[in-house]
Structures are given as C-alpha cells and as structure tokens.
Write a protein that binds this ligand. Structure first.
Ligand code: DGL
Length: 292
C-alpha cells in the first residue's frame, strides 16, 4: 500500500500539509478519519468534481487525471498524498507513485476485514465498475477472499447522487434496494463499501438492511496507514499549531458548492472552496473538441 523510498525532509517540511485527493466529494469520508486520527496535520483537499465520476471513465483518463492532480498538489507543497479514491488507486497508483517525489497512500475495498469477520461466508462488495474489473481488485480477492464468497455489485448512479448531495431521496433508496436485496437473498452478512463516496449513504443503507449486514468502511484504516507512513519518514507535524493553520484548504475543479455543503454537514467545517483549474492531456483534448 505504501512506497518506502526514503524522502529527504527539508527544514520545516513536517509542517507541510498532507494532500487528500478524490474524483469528487467521497474523499471527505477519508478526510474526516484523517482529522480524527492526526489532528495536528494540515490538509489540502482536492476534488476533481468537474470530471467525476471516474467510474465511468476509461483507464487512461483516470491515470491522466490522478497524475495531473498529484503533480498539482506537489506544487502546492504537500509532503504526502492520500489517493482517497478506490477507482483512482485501482487504475493508477503504481504509475503515479513512480512519478511523484512524495509518499502515496492508496485505498482499497475492505475484502480482508470482510473475509475475517463474515459468519455466513457470503459478503457483498459495492464499488465502481472500474474498481471491480481492475487487476488490483482481482488480486485482493485472490489474496484475501479465502473461503468467503464475494458478491460484486457495481454501484452505478451512486457517485452521481452523492456529487449532487443526494444521500436519501426515494430514487436513491430504490437504487440501493435493487443492489442490496440480492445480497440479502444470497445470505450475505457483510457489506464492503468499496468507494469512498458510499459512507455518505450509510444511514440510507442501514435503513434498508437494518443489522442484517455489517458495513465495512476502511477510512479509519487509511488514516492509520497515513500515520505510520509519516512516522516512518519523520514527517509528523509539530503539535499545538493554531486552529487557523489546521483548517483544511478545500479545492475543487468545479464550482465547489456541493463540496462546501458536504464539508459543513459531515465535518462541521464551514470553509471556502477554491475553484482551481488543473489541466491534463485528456481534459485539454476534451475542451478542444468542445470548443471546435
Ligand atoms: N470515491 C471514488 C472511489 O472511491 C469514486 C469514483 C468515481 O468517481 O466513480 O472509487
């Protein structure tokens, strides 16, 4: 999960922020865990909402965007990067890790904890189509599924719902029921939330499945992994900095209104969102063809 190439820390580097990146708003569920686990760390959160959902994009597009945003965050001075997106991790983490001069922490669906705790030996995984068909996810199943049967369900439409701040409409509920009922019918007792957008749907999922499914969300494990990486490299921030220095800097490639709304709801942070332009090879081509 981590790249252990030594990084030489310049003076003052410890107080540099950590970058947290997602295709959109889902990474806020990881940011919440990072702030709880590492309250002294400053964070720059980058949402690529203009180009979300990545789960509907081709592999090259995802690598292109993840690399462009990683390079942009490095230019903003981050000391480590959390790729808080299962889809971007699945498709691009190796290429991006090879190109960036800072440690990267990726995310992956919680197949291992699900396999360890399922009593019925049937578990569901809800994730994007791109994540589920990736070689990285297949290898995760090969290594950790053991004798547990995993039912793989692409969550078409769920990222789009969260991106428009819909976490409990009747339409969304009907969509979720269609994904979850077959898992219940097959005897599943565990559900892996394999996309960082899905923890926002936690309450609606629980209202459908009650306590019949245990939900697995890996955001706390990711925050702990970040802590280990910072410790290994001597990159932890000094404690006791002023609250102002620790207010996350929120950046979005769209207008940021929904990012601000969800950050207020989920993190109780009312912070402005900077609209940023992060060009990349594929988006320049898209914009050229739109202008033609
Ligand atoms: N939060 C991203 C993930 O964890 C969503 C991907 C997308 O934009 O489709 O996969």
């Amino acid at each position: 999960m981590t790249d252990l190439t030594p990084v030489t820390a310049p003076t003052g580097w410890n107080d540099a922020p950590v970058g947290v990146f997602d295709s959109g708003l889902g990474g806020l569920s990881v940011l919440r865990a990072v702030r709880a686990q590492l309250p002294d760390e400053a964070v720059i959160y980058a949402a690529d909402s203009r180009y979300a959902p990545y789960g509907e994009r081709d592999d090259d597009f995802i690598v292109d965007r993840t690399l462009a945003i990683g390079e942009w965050l490095v230019a903003q001075g981050v000391k480590a990067l959390v790729v808080a997106c299962n889809t971007a991790t699945a498709q691009s983490i190796e290429q991006v890790r090879a190109r960036l001069p800072i440690p990267l922490i990726g995310v992956e669906p919680g197949v291992k904890p699900a396999s360890l705790q399922s009593a019925t030996r049937v578990a569901g995984v809800l994730a994007t189509q791109v994540t589920l068909r990736s070689g990285r996810f297949q290898s995760l199943l090969d290594r950790h599924a053991a004798d547990c049967h995993f039912l793989l369900q692409p969550g078409h439409g769920l990222v789009q719902a969260v991106e428009r701040c819909d976490i409990d409409s009747p339409e969304l509920r009907a969509l979720l029921e269609g994904y979850l009922q077959p898992m219940l019918d097959a005897g599943a007792d565990t559900l892996v939330l394999g996309c960082t957008h899905y923890p926002f749907l936690d309450a609606t999922i629980r209202s459908i499945v009650g306590d019949r499914l245990t939900l697995i969300d890996t955001s706390v494990a990711i925050a702990r992994q970040l802590e280990r990486v910072l410790d290994e490299r001597g990159l932890r921030a000094r404690p006791g900095r002023a609250a102002d220095a620790l207010m996350p800097r929120f950046c979005s490639t769209s207008d940021g209104a929904h990012l601000r709304q969800l950050a207020a709801t989920l993190l109780h942070l009312d912070a402005p969102v900077e609209q940023v332009t992060i060009p990349s090879r594929r988006t320049l081509a898209l914009e050229d063809s739109a202008a033609a």
